[in-house]
Design a protein around this ligand. Structure first.
Ligand SMILES: *Cc1c(COP(=O)(O)O)cnc(C)c1O
Length: 418
């Protein structure tokens, strides 16, 4: 593994620098205020574990553009594949003149997603589209309407029911208990015969990187199987090596009926997929799925190149190494400062939940202060969580170890300085 850009943290003077300040002025006159940005600096270049801004500052990237650039933001294979594909054709529309790349991505998804059953895939541009289409497919395949769901994304259409997740740090319940709680609510509020599917993130993303208690997901999947409901794993954030497996569902041996993917799948190009059992997926009539750009040929080429890169560089092992390096350091700073109530996550999907000293009371101000201190020091970290009190770490899986350790050191100092 070698990189085009120097893998170092380098901040010269005040942030944002003059070029970023100038861009911010142009932005506020042209870009809608509703579009926010975590950082005040504008990107000029990115590679491996760094993002370089327009003023030449180099940031350690512990965010991967929200778990997208797992292979890096300019992985050589991805760049070459994009250039080659774009030079041939940028678009024909798969629903008009199909092409091989789309088929090859679907073949890869069948091979890599959990279970050896026959599968089919449909490709899309974004995670939200994949979730919407998974719901549509589940309804058509089951002839039922209701979807118990937990999350802030995607459809808030009728017949979407939000159910309590397992949140070991806050509910103190084991997997069996939390599954029974969720199932009894589903039965009471929806009724067994109405449930088309249960849609769940194996590790909750925006909600706070919550890892459900062991046994919660298998119990929910078993209930689905016995009730004629489909079990849909939303692997948009947790998939593609992020947690140290190709998919987070593998950790407890789950075989979902449908898997949604996006984010890390294509090295930064917009690509998403719904992959499921052949009989379920093929319940939708020809022409019932798709979209103008869905499964764009350049994005498909990037997807295939990213998957090759993940296999070639064994990025599952890399994610596990990141966990092994980071978690002891995070636990240490948690016990030294008393400001972190919970250290959790798996692989390179890790988080610390800030609480008021000696309590479990959420402390969003602490998370915001730590994130801001990291940003000022040249480290990109993101926050998340229902209470906004979680700092999450999603480094590119290719990040060099010394750079990761330096980033963690900055984070640790920020927590200590609280
Ligand atoms: C990001 C995300 C989505 C939405 O994906 P977009 O590409 O932003 O539409 C859906 N589900 C999960 C778990 C996500 O992390």
């Amino acid at each position: 593994m070698s990189f085009r850009l120097l893998q170092e943290r380098r901040v010269a003077g005040e942030l944002p620098g003059p070029r970023s300040v100038a861009l911010a002025a142009r932005r506020s006159a042209a870009v809608a205020a509703g579009v926010g940005s975590t950082m005040a600096v504008y990107a000029a270049d990115a590679d491996g574990g760094v993002v370089v801004d327009v003023d030449g500052n180099s940031f350690i990237d512990l965010g991967s553009g929200i778990a997208v650039t797992s292979v890096g933001a300019s992985a050589p294979r991805v760049v070459a594949a994009v250039q080659e594909a774009a030079a041939r054709f940028t678009h024909t529309c798969f629903t008009i003149t199909p092409y091989e790349g789309y088929v090859a991505v679907a073949e890869k998804l069948a091979e890599l997603t959990p279970g050896s059953h026959e599968k089919r895939s449909a490709l899309f541009n974004s995670g939200a589209e994949a979730v919407e289409n998974a719901v549509k497919i589940a309804r058509l395949a089951t002839g039922r309407d209701a979807i118990p769901y937990k999350k802030g994304f995607g459809p808030f259409a009728p017949e979407i029911y939000r159910m309590p997740m397992s949140y070991p740090f806050r509910d103190g319940l084991d997997g069996k208990e939390t599954a029974e709680r969720a199932i009894s609510q589903i039965v009471a509020q929806v009724g067994v015969d109405s449930v088309a599917a249960v849609l769940i993130e194996p590790i909750q993303g925006e909600g706070g990187f919550v890892v459900p208690a062991e046994g919660f997901l298998p119990a929910l999947a078993a209930w689905c199987a016995s009730s004629g409901a489909l079990f849909i794993a939303d692997e948009i954030q947790s998939g593609f090596c992020r947690t140290g497996d190709w998919f987070a569902a593998e950790h407890e041996g789950l075989v979902p009926d449908i898997v949604t993917t996006a984010k890390g799948i294509a090295g930064g190009m917009p690509l998403a997929a719904v992959t499921g059992r052949a009989a379920i997926m093929d319940a939708v009539h020809p022409g019932g799925l798709g979209g103008t750009y869905a499964g764009n040929p350049v994005a498909c080429a990037a997807g295939l190149a990213s998957i090759e890169t993940m296999a070639e560089w064994d990025l599952n092992a890399a994610a596990r190494r990141i966990e092994a390096l980071a978690v002891p350091l995070l636990r240490e700073v948690a016990s030294a400062t008393g400001r972190i109530g919970d250290v959790r996550g798996r692989g390179a999907m890790l988080a610390v939940e800030f609480t008021e000293a000696g309590t479990t009371v959420p402390d969003p101000a602490a998370a915001a202060a730590v994130a801001a201190a990291c940003h000022r020091a040249g480290v990109i970290v993101l926050t998340c969580g229902t209470y906004g009190n979680v700092v999450r770490l999603l480094p590119p899986l290719v990040i060099p170890e010394p750079l990761l350790l330096e980033g963690l050191d900055v984070l640790t100092s920020a927590v200590t300085a609280l």
